[in-house]
Design a protein around this ligand. Sequence first.
Ligand code: HEC
Ligand code: HEC
Length: 153
Amino acid sequence: MKKILLMTLFGVAFHAHADRLPMPADAPAAFISECSSCHIAYQPALLAADDWRKLMAGLNDHFGTDATVDRENAAKLKSFFERNAGSASRLGDAGNPPRITQTQRFVRKHREIPARFWRDPRVKSAANCEGCHPGAAKGSYSEHDISIRELRE
Ligand code: HEC
Ligand code: HEC
């Protein structure tokens, strides 16, 4: 009985943590200016430090685009990601080039979504978090904040 209660409490705490990913207060200005023009500035906790390193090393060929930043901003971004990255063991493998949408954690959290929604014109790509989570840029991934009605619980 006690064990079940503890597990329930843990579940609630974990849930509260998982659906709120506020932007760390130490985000350099370059994070928004350089990393939010083509997609949202993905919260650093969504990838592990090693994966951010790989991603930063390949900005000149970034998913078919050139997202290079100058040396000074690259250094600021690298240390920002290192300070705020997610835990590799919790996120799981992200592939190479690393993708948030390939981490086991992302896959697990989205397992129940029928395939047609990923191709829905409102979504187009799994990387387009805002297609379903209108509050994504502000770090709101709650099940109560989903814009596609069919996906709301
Ligand atoms: C010129 C446009 C552009 C800029 C600027 C840009 N990106 Fe991207 N990024 C892309 C594209 C295109 C994709 C692939 C999106 C897709 O698959 O739908 C992508 C994907 C990503 C992904 C993987 C998303 C997934 O599928 O999980 C990450 C992480 C990422 N970008 C981080 C960054 C960071 C950090 C910066 C700033 C240093 C940045 N991006 C700047 C265009 C850009
Ligand atoms: C096709 C719609 C769709 C897209 C696109 C999408 N998600 Fe989700 N996401 C959902 C749904 C639906 C849930 C389940 C909500 C629930 O039941 O907790 C969810 C759950 C989550 C959760 C867990 C929230 C919790 O309560 O534990 C996180 C974190 C998350 N998404 C992040 C992302 C990120 C980051 C992106 C973009 C890289 C993204 N999602 C793209 C639909 C989507």
